[in-house]
Design a protein around this ligand. Structure first.
Ligand code: ADP
Ligand code: MG
Length: 354
């Protein structure tokens, strides 16, 4: 069991500030995910925690002990890579035993621990196979067993599922999560896949340009995004500038409250919060925006409508559990019903939540 603390970590590569003063605590036993677009610094941060990179400044603590100068192989961290990184000429057993051999563990202890690790990743009986006799998912399980067999205090995983097909990815992420819970091992997990992050994590740090934008539970990140970057990166969201919408959709009160002009405010709402009505309803809780159906698609669990509301305002509406096969034809005049409570307001220049 170990906690991690990052204190003002900076890391530059020529011409790039890969990590910009990252400070974060990760609790013992926590499943902590770094989520963000390609190039935002996730791998750099993970490798810095592992000790493969040295930070330019700042400190890393493992259970309150500073580990800045501890070499990677002595940090008690196990790493699982994006590519399987299994040795092709070694059997499954030899692959998993490798880290223990280099640590001079005796043969009977090695055997015990390798068999246990293989059992944990559901590969018992595969000991004598070579990687070319395994599927992608099984190879990644070998990678996982290899990281776990050294019984690290911290498990670090860099997009471990990105080489697998969609169905297997979902299966494996559940397995990884179950195993992590069972062992209670502190885990830092990197992904650019927001759905994966939401599904698997205790906490998520959303990163952009080497900066942590927000840290929160999956629910907080999705429901209470701190800024427009987080709101748009995690899930779909409609964003409309206040100036395009008149003073409906709760704008009036926020303009008065926050002393803002309409142009300064971006209004955002998730597609699943919206619905479509044929008659205008009015009240304090809902606003109705008139529009015309521009496009519709049925995708199994939901129907997605694109509605043109004029003034360059295009809204995506998602209706879950569709009750009828019939889609509203393009060109139909309707109203988009907006629950005022579900609207998020952001500053149009800074992107910060208002
Ligand atoms: P991510 O894992 O989020 O895709 P990385 O941590 O790999 O992002 O990269 C962050 C930034 O640092 C990128 O701009 C990338 O080009 C740069 N970078 C990463 N590793 C190196 C390196 N070894 N040398 C130079 N630049 C690097
Ligand atoms: Mg990466």
């Amino acid at each position: 069991m170990a906690s991690i603390e990052l204190e003002k970590i900076n890391k530059n590569f020529p011409g790039v500030k890969a990590l910009n003063s990252i400070s974060q605590k990760i609790g013992s036993g926590e499943f902590f995910t770094l989520l963000g677009p390609s190039g935002c610094g996730k791998t750099t941060l993970l490798r810095t925690i592992a000790g493969f990179y040295q930070q330019d400044s700042g400190h890393i603590y493992l259970s309150d002990k500073v580990i800045d100068n501890v070499p990677a192989f002595k940090r008690d961290t196990g790493m699982v890579f994006q590519s399987y990184a299994v040795f092709p000429h070694m059997t499954v057993y030899e692959n998993v035993a490798f880290g223990l051999k280099t640590r001079k563990v005796n043969d009977s202890e090695i055997k015990k621990r390798v068999l246990k690790a293989l059992e944990q990743v559901h590969l018992s009986g595969y000991e004598t196979r070579t990687p070319d006799q395994l599927s992608g998912g099984q190879q990644q399980r070998v990678g996982l067993a290899r990281a776990m067999v050294i019984e690290p205090k911290v498990l670090l995983m860099d997009e471990p599922l990105s080489n697998l097909d969609a169905k297997l990815r979902v299966e494996m992420r559940t397995e990884i999560r179950n195993m992590q819970r069972l062992l209670g091992i502190t885990t830092v997990y990197v992904t650019h896949d927001q759905e994966e992050a939401l599904a698997i994590s205790d906490k998520i740090a959303v990163m952009n340009f080497g900066v942590i934008q927000q840290v929160g539970t999956p629910w907080e990140i999705y429901k209470e995004p701190a800024n427009l970057f987080v709101a748009s990166f995690v899930g779909d969201i409609n964003v409309v500038n206040g100036a395009s919408l008149g003073t409906e959709v709760g704008l009036t009160s926020i303009l008065v409250d926050k002393n803002q002009s309409k142009e300064n405010i971006n209004i955002a709402i998730r597609p699943e919060e919206l619905s479509i009505v044929t008659k205008e309803v009015s009240g304090a809780e809902f606003s109705c925006i008139p529009g015309v159906i521009e496009k519709s698609s049925f995708i199994g669990s939901l129907i997605r409508y694109t509605v043109d509301c004029g003034n360059d305002v295009i809204l995506t509406v998602e209706l879950h559990k569709p009750q009828s096969e019939a889609l509203m034809p393009n060109g139909t005049s309707i109203f988009v019903k907006v629950p005022v409570k579900s609207i998020l307001y952001f500053h149009s220049e800074t992107g910060e939540r208002i």
